[in-house]
Design a protein around this ligand. Structure first.
Ligand SMILES: Nc1ncnc2c1ncn2[C@@H]1O[C@H](COP(=O)(O)OP(=O)(O)OP(=O)(O)O)[C@@H](O)[C@H]1O
Length: 242
C-alpha cells in the first residue's frame, strides 16, 4: 500500500486523449500508479475505462498524450481471455510464453504455475477449470513477462462471490509482494470491490477524469452522509451531472 506520491511511479499516463471519429472517448486523462499500488477505474458504461486501459497497455495508440512505459513492460489481462479451452493449463501458458518470446519458456511456465497455485492442475484442460481458476490462468498470461505493472479489464465480472474473493486475494498478493510489488490498475463496475481493494480510485465519466484519490476522500467530497461507498459514488456522479 504505497501512495503514488511516495515513490517513482511504476506507470504514468499523461494527457491521454482518444477520439473515435468525432467522438472524444477519453479527454485529457493523467494518472500514475506506484509500485505496489492498486488503482481502480470506475465509471458509468461508455465512460472510457476500457479505452484508457488499452492505451496504457499499448494496445491502441492515443490521439494525444503519452505513457511512461513501453507495452512490453505492461501486463494486460483482457476481459475476454484469448486462452484455448481445449489445451491444458500448462500448454496454454507455454504457448503464450513462446508468443511473448520469454527467455526460458519452461522455467517461466513453472513459475506461473507456482504463483497461481495451479501446479497440481497443470495437465487439466483449461475449459474444465472453475471460472476463478480460468481467470487465474488469464492473469498468469498477463504476468508471463514479469511486468512491473498489471492492467485488468473487469477481472471479476464473471465470477461468483467466493471465486471473486479468492481472485482478489491473488491480485492483492501480487501488489503486496515485497520482492516484486506490482502496480495493479483495474476497471470494474463493482464499486464495493473498488472500495475494498483499491488504494486509489479514478472516477471516469464521459471520458473525463472527475476524481482521483482514496475511497475515503471520495466519500468526504460528498459530505460523508451517504450510507455506503456505492451511494456516495452515485451521489458524486449525480452532483457532477452524470
Ligand atoms: N473501437 C471503437 N470505435 C468507436 N467507438 C468506440 C470504440 N471503442 C469504444 N468506443 C466508444 O468510446 C466510448 C468509451 O468506450 P469504452 O468501451 O472505453 O467505455 P467503458 O467505460 O469501458 O464502457 P463499459 O463500462 O460499457 O465497458 C463509448 O462511447 C464507446 O462507444
Amino acid at each position: 500500500m504505497v501512495p503514488a506520491s511516495a515513490a517513482t511511479p511504476a506507470i504514468a499516463a499523461d494527457g491521454i486523449v482518444m477520439t473515435y471519429g468525432d467522438r472524444e472517448a477519453v479527454r485529457g486523462v493523467s494518472f500514475a500508479a506506484a509500485p505496489g499500488e492498486v488503482v481502480a477505474i470506475i465509471g458509468p458504461n461508455g465512460a472510457g475505462k476500457t479505452t484508457l486501459l488499452s492505451i496504457v497497455g499499448g494496445l491502441r495508440a492515443p490521439t494525444a498524450g503519452s505513457i511512461s512505459r513501453p507495452p512490453a513492460e505492461v501486463g494486460w489481462v483482457p476481459q475476454q481471455p484469448a486462452v484455448y479451452r481445449k489445451l491444458s493449463v500448462r500448454e496454454n501458458l507455454r504457448l503464450f510464453a513462446r508468443l511473448e518470446r520469454v527467455g526460458d519458456p519452461d522455467a517461466v511456465v513453472a513459475r506461473m504455475l507456482e504463483q497461481t497455485g495451479l501446479a497440481d492442475r497443470a495437465e487439466e484442460e483449461l475449459g474444465r477449470l472453475s471460472g476463478g481458476n480460468q481467470q487465474r490462468v488469464n492473469i498468469a498470461i498477463g504476468l508471463l513477462a514479469d511486468p512491473p505493472v498489471l492492467l485488468l479489464d473487469e477481472p471479476s465480472s464473471s465470477l461468483d462471490p467466493r471465486q471473486r474473493e479468492r481472485l482478489w486475494e491473488f491480485i492483492t498478493g501480487l501488489a503486496r509482494d515485497p520482492q516484486h510489488p506490482t502496480a495493479v490498475v483495474f476497471s470494474t463496475h463493482n464499486v464495493q470491490e473498488a472500495e475494498r481493494f483499491a488504494d486509489t480510485i479514478l472516477v471516469l465519466a464521459d471520458g473525463e477524469l472527475l476524481f482521483s484519490g482514496s475511497p475515503g476522500a471520495l466519500v468526504e467530497q460528498v459530505g460523508g452522509g451517504e450510507r455506503d461507498f456505492e451511494a456516495a459514488f452515485v451521489r458524486f456522479l449525480r452532483e457532477r451531472g452524470h
